[in-house]
Design a protein around this ligand. Structure first.
Ligand code: NAD
Ligand code: UDP
Ligand code: UDP
Length: 327
């Protein structure tokens, strides 16, 4: 049985990861400061004999004994990471230093949840790991993009300088149950708006694209990435993209959500956020080669499951879900 630390474990991806690791038989220490995470994401794990929760901010040192570290702590939604940008950079950079120091001392394997945002608004499409990106270092997204880029630098320097066994995953847009209803990211926004009968807020023209991966697929990829045996494969000297390459415009996503929910919400246009990337699609050849992983849930099926989750959540919170109530 391995003792595994998951930072950001009460968040959207982290809570699914904790659940999957427990199901596999691991001992899980979940660390979170509840900045964007929710107690209810992990409420069902609280009584589990192999699950432990610690309220802690990763910008402060943490002394525990573990075999593996998944470093997910960081707000991921543009709305939330721009709310306190200095704290976002601190979380990415100081959080990475602390977790790498912990990995170095305990000789634990460590995985960094990096992001497609390191490519910024890309001129190369789809994005391979060899592309260095096009990031505005002083714009409103920089606290996240540059914070994550610096964290990648630290990971590879701890590998070269201290021999730490690292994995850096560049995660592309992932969605699914347990996103916060007020998270601000596009899939949760559109579904919650459609279910409440509110206007669907399309930023800019809606022609910008993203490639959406269902959470269960992403978590399977994350565990496969951690499980790469570097004693056989050698040190993992490159970041690896994980995501679903099927690309869609944000406008088409809005139409698909409306069709799936049967909602009569109107689509309304809002200003495009500064530095909003115009296109995004992962090249996942390296992930396939290194782990054999590939996503298997198509967008329709993933959205269907996510709509069901938000419907239940809104009912519990006492909001009337107009489309479902009418059905
Ligand atoms: P999330 O906001 O739901 O989860 C982040 C978690 O980190 C939250 O529980 C939050 O409370 C916690 N946290 C934030 N700052 C902290 C701190 N200083 N100390 C301790 N805990 C802290 O977001 P998510 O979608 O689950 O993202 C998880 C990770 O994956 C993030 O690092 C994010 O950058 C990365 N990622 C996610 C996506 C995606 O599409 N979901 C894409 C790329 C990268
Ligand atoms: N650290 C931690 N837990 C540990 C070991 C280290 O949180 O078990 C933190 C500690 O705050 C330190 C940082 O990680 O500042 C980097 O550790 P490292 O050993 O690389 O550097 P140093 O201790 O020399 O600053
Ligand atoms: N977006 C939108 N309406 C919303 C929220 C987001 O049109 O209510 C757009 C946003 O401008 C971006 C895309 O959807 O082009 C994805 O945004 P999100 O915040 O989910 O993630 P990111 O920009 O980090 O990929």
């Amino acid at each position: 049985m391995k003792k595994i630390l998951v930072t950001g474990g009460a968040g959207f991806l982290g809570s699914h990861l904790c659940e999957r690791l427990l199901a596999r038989g691991d001992d899980v220490l979940c660390v979170d400061n509840f900045f964007t995470g929710q107690r209810r994401n992990i409420a069902h794990l609280m009584g589990h004999p192999r699950f432990e929760f610690l309220r802690h901010d990763v910008t402060f040192p943490l002394y525990v004994e573990v075999d593996e570290i998944y470093n997910l702590a960081c707000p991921a939604s543009p709305v939330h990471y721009q709310f306190d940008p200095v704290q976002t950079t601190k979380t990415s950079v100081i959080g990475a230093i602390n977790m790498l120091g912990l990995a170095k001392r305990t000789k634990a394997k460590i995985l960094q949840a990096s992001t497609s945002e390191v490519y910024g608004d890309p001129e190369v499409h789809p994005q391979p790991e060899t592309y260095w990106g096009r990031v505005n270092p002083i714009g409103p997204r920089a606290c996240y993009d540059e914070g994550k880029r610096c964290a990648e630098t630290l990971f590879f320097d701890y590998q070269r300088q201290h021999g730490v066994d690292i994995r850096v995953m560049r995660i592309f847009n992932t969605y699914g149950p347990r996103m916060h209803p007020d998270d601000g990211r596009v899939v949760s926004n559109f579904i919650v708006q459609a279910l409440k009968g509110d206007d669907i807020t399309l930023y800019g023209s809606g022609e910008q694209t993203r490639s959406f991966c269902y959470v269960d697929d992403l978590i399977a990829g994350m565990i496969a990435c951690m499980d790469i045996d570097s004693t056989v494969a050698g040190p993992i000297d490159r970041p690896i993209n994980f995501g679903n390459p099927s690309e869609i415009s944000v406008h088409d996503l809005a139409r698909q959500v409306l069709a799936l929910t049967g909602s009569t919400s109107r689509i309304v246009h809002r200003p495009c956020p500064i530095d909003d990337p115009r296109q995004r699609q992962p090249n996942i050849d390296l992930a396939r080669k290194a782990t054999g992983w590939r996503p298997t849930t198509d967008l329709r099926e993933g959205l269907h499951r996510t709509v069901a989750y938000f419907h239940d959540t809104l009912v519990i919170e006492g909001h009337e879900s107009r489309t479902q109530a009418q059905a």
